[in-house]
Design a protein around this ligand. Structure first.
Ligand SMILES: Cc1cc2nc3c(=O)[nH]c(=O)nc-3n(C[C@H](O)[C@H](O)[C@H](O)COP(=O)(O)OP(=O)(O)OC[C@H]3O[C@@H](n4cnc5c(N)ncnc54)[C@H](O)[C@@H]3O)c2cc1C
Length: 569
């Protein structure tokens, strides 16, 4: 089946994808846009964001301060031109979202409320109770519905990016309802597929966060950037990994060890519970080693204590925290402290792009968590990510629309051949082979264990080498993975197999980038190289795909007005 060519095709219907789609739709009359999403857009992980989104909107705040906080938070690896653009544009994006109907929480004087967040010098995190992502995604989704230019492919799964003559010409995608593989032609493709926390066993990330777009770009020849920087959030529920939002500390919650002490006074005395996530997660490990944590069925934990906030504040500002703890651990935070431990939450790294979201391959763009535009460097500050999706989603949407206006349309014959080849590849690799013994679940859990053991909060050369070696073997085993379900309609086993393939690529990029970075910076803590080394590593790592595993190269970070300093809080 030949489809109409889109000018711009979004892969992803989360905050970044929908923001980019709207920007492209507004770019000019007659433009034709597609949005492909493996789940209905409102089920994208953005919907689960809780705490809020950062922008300078108060008189006591200013853009330079937001920029400085972000750069310091990044341990000076953020590209400073990117940060400057970000803080400036985040403000307008937030106001625009208000006009599109986002129901921000309000102060009694009618102004949009702001709360404190980790690593931010002042209160600048806007929120809609503790369901910010839910409300933002609704506002974006309902706005996207206004544009006839946007065609949606809900529950279509992208299996590869199509490149003709060195330029993007669309994607190959599996229609989950029919099982058919189609080429969706487009002059420009924007990857907005979110993060890949599922390469680890214990994560806040939804099951769909399998790093698909990062691997798709990698396979198409674009490097993944800064993949060693994986963010642990200090407060997840043991067992499930469900997030206890940073807003609970922003509203005044305390972290207590098993001796009832606010132990952060030892590690971040200037910020306490509002220190950045990397430092707080490491503090937990130190407390664990010192034997000052609780032991439970799902490992060690500390307490997040909200009792002193009182029922009224908890109900008004943190209703979701109360709902989640009641439902998942049978605890009411009004009366009892909540058990928490660090949990994999976010990937600072992603598809290498420039400041506007352009990838090195003409016609390919990326935005949101899947991209590494270099805003977050070695550690992201909480609440910068939702704003990042808006700012860089809009930038990528605009640039892709401008690119498409000049680009040649894809060639239908070439696309037909590419779709046929892709159908063959998937049938030959996954659906036809019989009696294969390797199981998806075995490989996936061994990968997750290897990542936690070698590439967790603390890393060493020996453990990282072991993880890289395990991943190499798992990739070989993956080539003979066997499926029981050979049907076409909603073949979730096939999807799980394809996602596992993506995750193995992403995991390898993380482990190899971490092995090569012989310093400690932000979330990347090497026990064998404890200091930051600006002389050698004030650089972004780039992981390129080769037949023998990732090849790591470097790109200098951009420094403009903010000079390097020791990162202390
Ligand atoms: C529990 C939780 C709470 C958070 N809270 C906050 C917060 O308070 N503030 C903040 O700033 N950040 C927060 N974050 C981070 C932030 O929510 C995410 O980084 C951000 O929402 C990512 O948006 P995105 O548009 O890049 O991707 P997502 O929202 O993850 O969307 C990805 C899209 O890509 C599609 N997709 C993926 N693969 C394929 C494929 N192969 N084919 C087709 N479609 C595909 C999916 O269907 C989906 O539509 C939180 C994250 C989590 C997990």
């Amino acid at each position: 089946m030949d489809m109409p060519a889109h000018d711009v095709l979004l892969v992803g219907g989360g905050a970044a994808g929908l923001r980019a789609a709207i920007a492209a739709a507004q770019a000019r009359e007659g433009i034709n846009i597609g949005v492909v999403s493996k789940v209905y857009p409102m089920r994208s992980h953005t919907v689960s964001a809780e705490g809020g989104t950062a922008a300078v909107l108060r008189e006591y705040d200013n853009l330079d301060l937001h920029a400085y906080d972000t750069i310091k938070g990044s341990d000076f690896l953020a590209d400073q031109d990117v940060v400057e653009a970000f803080v400036k544009e985040a403000r307008d994006e937030i106001i625009q979202l208000e006009h599109w109907g986002c129901p921000w929480s309000r102060d009694p004087d009618g102004r949009v409320s702001v709360r404190a967040f980790g690593g931010m010098s002042v209160k600048r995190t806007l929120f809609a109770a503790d369901k910010t992502g839910f409300h933002m995604l609704h506002a974006l989704f309902q706005t996207s519905l206004k544009y006839d230019a946007i065609t949606r492919y809900d529950e279509w799964f992208v299996t590869s990016l199509l490149i003709d003559d060195g330029k993007a010409c669309g994607v190959a995608a599996l229609n989950l309802r029919s099982g058919g593989i189609h080429a969706i032609p487009a002059k420009a493709v924007i990857i907005c597929t979110g993060g890949g926390g599922r390469i680890f066993p214990f994560t806040t990330n939804a099951a769909i966060k399998t790093g698909d777009g990062m691997a798709l770009a990698y396979r198409a020849g674009c490097p993944m950037k800064d993949m060693e920087f994986v963010q642990y959030h200090p407060t997840g529920l043991p067992g499930t990994g469900i997030l206890m939002t940073e807003a609970s500390r922003g509203e005044g919650g305390h972290l207590l060890n098993s001796e009832g002490e606010r132990y952060l006074s030892e590690y971040v005395p200037g910020k306490m519970e509002l220190g950045p996530r990397d430092i707080l997660s490491r503090a937990f490990v130190h407390e664990m080693r010192a034997g000052r944590v609780f032991e439970g069925t799902y490992g060690n934990y500390v307490h997040l204590d909200l009792r002193h906030l009182g029922e009224k504040v908890i109900n008004e500002k943190l209703p979701f925290v109360r709902e989640l703890t009641r439902n998942y651990v049978g605890i009411d935070p009004v009366h009892e402290p909540i058990p928490v431990r660090p949990v994999v939450h976010y990937m600072m790294g992603g598809v290498h792009t420039d400041i506007n979201g352009a990838m090195p391959i003409p016609g390919l763009f990326a935005a949101g968590e899947a991209a590494c535009v270099s805003l977050n460097g070695a550690n992201r500050l909480g609440s910068n990510s939702l704003s990042e999706c808006l700012v860089f989603g809009a930038r990528a949407g605009n640039l892709a629309a401008a690119y498409a206006a000049e680009a040649e349309p894809p060639r239908p014959g070439t696309l037909r051949n590419m779709a046929r080849d892709e159908q063959n590849r998937i049938e030959t690799k996954y659906l036809r082979p019989q009696n294969r013994s390797e199981r998806i679940d075995d490989i996936r859990s061994e990968m997750q264990t290897a990542m936690e053991q070698g590439a967790g909060i603390y890393r060493t050369q020996g453990e990282l080498k072991e993880t890289c070696e395990t991943l190499r073997k798992l990739k070989a085993r993956y080539d003979t993975v066997g499926l029981d379900d050979r049907s076409g309609v909603f073949n979730t086993e096939l999807i799980a197999a394809l996602e596992l393939g993506y995750m193995l690529d992403v995991a390898e990029a993380v482990a190899h980038s971490a092995l090569h970075r012989e310093e400690s910076r932000g979330s990347h803590a090497r026990s064998d190289f404890e200091m930051r080394n600006d002389e050698h590593y004030l650089q972004h790592s780039l992981a390129y795909r080769t037949e023998d595993g990732p090849r790591i190269d470097y790109l200098p970070a951009t420094i403009t007005r903010w000079q390097l300093e020791e990162r202390k809080y």
